[in-house]
Design a protein around this ligand. Sequence first.
Ligand SMILES: Cc1cc2nc3c(=O)[nH]c(=O)nc-3n(C[C@H](O)[C@H](O)[C@H](O)COP(=O)(O)OP(=O)(O)OC[C@H]3O[C@@H](n4cnc5c(N)ncnc54)[C@H](O)[C@@H]3O)c2cc1C
Length: 479
Amino acid sequence: MTDSKNSQGTPSSGAANFTAAKKDFLSFDGGVRANGVVAKPSSNNLKDFVEIEHKLLKRQKPRIPMGAGLSFGAPQFGDGVVSVDHTAFTRVLGFDDETGLVEVESGATMAHLYNFLIEKERYIVTQPGYPSITVGGCIAVDVHGKNHLRDGTCVAQVASLKLYHPAYGIIEASSEVNREVFDLTCGGYGLTGHILSAKLKTKPVTSRRMALMNLPFDDVSLTPRMLKECARNNDFVVSWHDMTASGAGFGRGFLMMGKFFPGDGSDEEKQYGGKVSLNWGLNAYSRRWPASPLLGSSYYSLPFTRFMNVFYGSMSRSSQEARTIAIYDCLQPMTRLREFYYRMFGLAGFHECQLIIPDDKFPLFLEQIEFAINRFEIPITLGSAKYFSGSPNLLRFNGSGVCFALNFPRCTAGARFIEFIDRLCLEEGFLPYIVKDSRLPLSVVEHCYGEHYHNFKKRLKAFDPERLFQSEVSRRLAL
Ligand SMILES: Cc1cc2nc3c(=O)[nH]c(=O)nc-3n(C[C@H](O)[C@H](O)[C@H](O)COP(=O)(O)OP(=O)(O)OC[C@H]3O[C@@H](n4cnc5c(N)ncnc54)[C@H](O)[C@@H]3O)c2cc1C
């Protein structure tokens, strides 16, 4: 038990089952700051959440659930919003040997799940690319993994969930029971309430080892065809592109493909299945590094980024022999290198735009992007693609085509470039991923998500007329 007297000065009426403290939030991409409060319930029990409602929120203050805070934008906080932290709730509540369903608390991370499931020779097929991302965050954003064509998004792996909303209490929801709540919650950005726990589908691993192969290509226009074909025959497929190369070399790169080995149960195989660390350091403030005269600004100048891309691209394109790696390194590739990569943007941060581009518009996308990269002289630090095959629904990031991601520093040229991409989205209807871009304007979301945006807004309002759950994202997008 901790005292509820908090740094807001809210009077305490005795001991309470939560703590609360003011917090200056910064989005992971560095684009949004806000003054809010973090409330930490002591347990995942209903009484602690109810107590936060009665003693701290009193049905007046807006609240929002929070996971690891690793969304690039700000769907888990907002000015004057109380962010309710779920990260202490990491227990596995049950596992069914027959169905492979695992029940976990919402704060369990990809690393927690991996460590539990690998002992059962199983895994979750759809996982985002960092180990401390939580189950609650995955469901609420409906994340995608490394083979959307085969596996879809996170919602396809959720058998059921338990949600707490102050007006309704606890609701059990699935695609059969309380379907409306289930649909609004999966990809609902935490706006329907607190996911307390979820039952997730798992798949057997044939082996703890995977074969990873790089397939180099020079012609970026072949990306949709290559990704599609390889996704059918592999467990993991993602492409990397050098978007700073000029002329005929623009967008050249390689396809990274991972496939499970057939299992042989050997001791050698077991070496690959060890447990992974539960402690990972990435957050918005980890970019406060390293101490140098350049502190705070990006290390990614155009010449350095070009050099880095040529170096990484050449190394990866020349190593075409299949390598054997642990399944974990395929699910969460190059984790330590990624931490280093994000730190080098400095505190100012970076932009990510991730778009779904239909196959027939991919040549136009390339032409426009190449023009803008050259015009604004943008150091594109990452160009990467996956293939999507799905249908848009509500605010979920889903559709069919190439899912292309670009990273670049948060600077004046970067701002012009991303505004150019906004206009491209408005003209061509490319779908942007809301959670990856902390400044995505309402006009772009309204246009590109179209009826799905309006549908979500209307149904959310019908479910929660008081609109108790709010965040910077919900306010920016007028939800
Ligand atoms: C290095 C890195 C790699 C990534 N790779 C991918 C990727 O491959 N694919 C992809 O799709 N995304 C990816 N992401 C984005 C990330 O998966 C999502 O933003 C995810 O939502 C972050 O989860 P979180 O635990 O940090 O939640 P937060 O960022 O804290 O919250 C995200 C949203 O979930 C809601 N939420 C959190 N917990 C709960 C809960 N218990 N109940 C209800 N709502 C809740 C919050 O209100 C908020 O709206 C990546 C992010 C990083 C930093």
